[in-house]
Design a protein around this ligand. Structure first.
Ligand code: FAD
Ligand code: DHB
Length: 399
């Protein structure tokens, strides 16, 4: 068996793992990142699109923000569409100058991988059979096999000071914690999102979140000629029952306004159904294993919080690990879970609330629909209501 030593072993090269690795590197702390997928796959994954102001600031602070600032769309607000009309939430005036940036998750991954490799960071793609041991000792260990090379199937063991479980919802870190240690809080939603990518110019200068009796719609963007759109569907919706014509008819029906607005249509080249749930585990630590990002929590996508929570977890964990090495303090490690969970629960509440206000629930009647319109009318018509939405959307501060 080959053996290696590092300070922080990181499982998962998504936003949580890559950000943690790079922030630690800038503090002089070494890490090894293990990723089961290929670099090409990590750089092509179709996921989130909205970066909070704090995530944008972080990318810039760590020197990985150049392309994002040039190619991302910097938005000052969003449109809430309901009852056939549009109301705009203006972020800078409600939040002291903050905004959001539309920049795809695969581009964030790409920029972070480049930043890590340019600084001679150690990321191992296509690792197999990753497992973790001795979590409650001061030398936790990771074992894995490298990308299959003909004739070699050797196991490598890495001895670490800490392990960061950044391996998403389907990873091995959370299930490696002994039964009974974690409490899992969960809520399933009775709908999903049907997401498309299409070749067309943008339909709107800002994202449109539309509430309609037929169900929710989100109009987002990716580039001047590629658009990202979603409509609420059944969690078990079958992709092959949706021709392009049927999809566009559904978008047109749900996005119709009193003044005749229509989306710009074009060939659809990607279709996916995304399930919707909220999940939080507590604590986010077991011995020397720390969970970060989707490994510890999942939100429905409505508030665009998933990737941004991964970024805030990484910052809070990096701060705690840095205090351990630089100031011989372990109090921030002890507080990691409590500090991160306070922000996670607020984002979970916001995502649940925004989802509930914008979607049609099965069995809901006209009374329920009128209440949702009244809530949107209040939120968009009251400075207090609009401020609450704006503050949460651009991202709450990290304590
Ligand atoms: P991930 O990005 O999942 O990264 C985890 C990494 O760990 C992956 O690269 C994975 O391959 C790797 N890994 C897993 N197991 C192992 C193992 N055993 N060994 C080694 N590596 C492993 N959020 C939004 O805000 N808006 C959206 O529109 C949105 N859309 C989404 C669509 C989909 C289909 C999904 C699944 C999620 C979506 N999210 C969205 C959520 C958002 O993308 C996540 O919150 C974000 O990816 C979390 O980052 P992460 O680094 O914690 O996890
Ligand atoms: C996108 C996804 C979201 O969940 C959201 O709230 C806004 C935008 C997107 O993929 O562009």
């Amino acid at each position: 068996m080959k053996t290696l030593r590092t300070q922080v072993g990181i499982i998962g090269a998504g936003p949580a793992g890559l950000l943690l690795s790079h922030i630690l590197h800038l503090q002089g702390i070494e890490s090894i990142v293990l990723e089961k997928n290929s670099r090409e796959d990590v750089e092509a994954i179709i996921k989130a699109g909205v970066l909070e102001q704090g995530t944008v600031d972080l990318m810039n602070r760590i020197g990985a923000g150049q392309r994002m600032m040039k190619e991302g769309f910097h938005h000052d607000g969003i449109i809430l569409r309901f009852d056939g009309r549009d109301e705009r939430i203006d972020f800078p005036s409600l939040t002291g100058g903050k905004k959001v940036t539309i920049y795809a998750q695969h581009d964030v991954n790409k920029d972070l991988i480049k930043a890590r490799l340019d600084s001679r960071g150690d990321i191992r793609f296509q690792t197999r059979d990753v497992s973790i041991y001795d979590l409650d000792s001061s030398t936790p260990k990771i074992r894995f096999r490298d990308k299959q090379v003909s004739g070699t199937d050797e196991v490598t063991e890495i001895t670490c000071d800490f392990i960061a479980g950044c391996d998403g919802t389907q990873g091995i870190c959370r299930p490696s914690i002994p039964a009974g240690v974690l409490k899992i809080y969960e809520r399933l939603y009775p709908f999903g999102w049907f997401g498309i990518l299409c070749k067309a110019p943008p339909s709107s200068h800002e994202l449109i979140y539309a509430m309609h009796e037929r169900g929710f719609v989100l109009v987002s963007t990716r580039s001047p000629d590629v658009q990202r759109m979603y409509f609420q569907c059944s969690p078990t919706e079958k992709l092959d029952e949706w021709s392009d014509d049927r999809i566009w008819a559904e978008f047109r029906a749900r996005l119709a306004t009193n003044d005749g607005w229509a989306p710009k249509e074009g060939p659809i080249f990607s279709k996916t159904v995304i399930g919707m749930r909220s999940m939080v585990v507590a604590p986010m630590r077991y011995g020397r294993l720390f969970l970060s990002g989707d490994a510890a929590h999942v939100v429905p996508p409505t508030g665009a919080k998933g990737l941004n929570l991964a970024a805030s977890d990484a910052q809070i964990l990096a701060r705690a690990i840095t205090a351990f090495y630089k100031s011989n303090r372990d109090d921030l490690l002890d507080q990691y879970s409590t500090t991160a969970l306070r922000r996670i629960w607020k984002a979970t509440r916001f995502s649940w609330w925004f989802t509930s206000m914008m979607h049609s629930f099965p069995g809901a009647d006209e009374f329920q629909h009128r209440l949702q319109i009244a809530e949107l009318d209040y939120v968009t018509g009251s400075k207090a209501g609009a401020t609450a939405l704006a503050e949460n959307y651009v991202g709450l501060a990290i304590e």
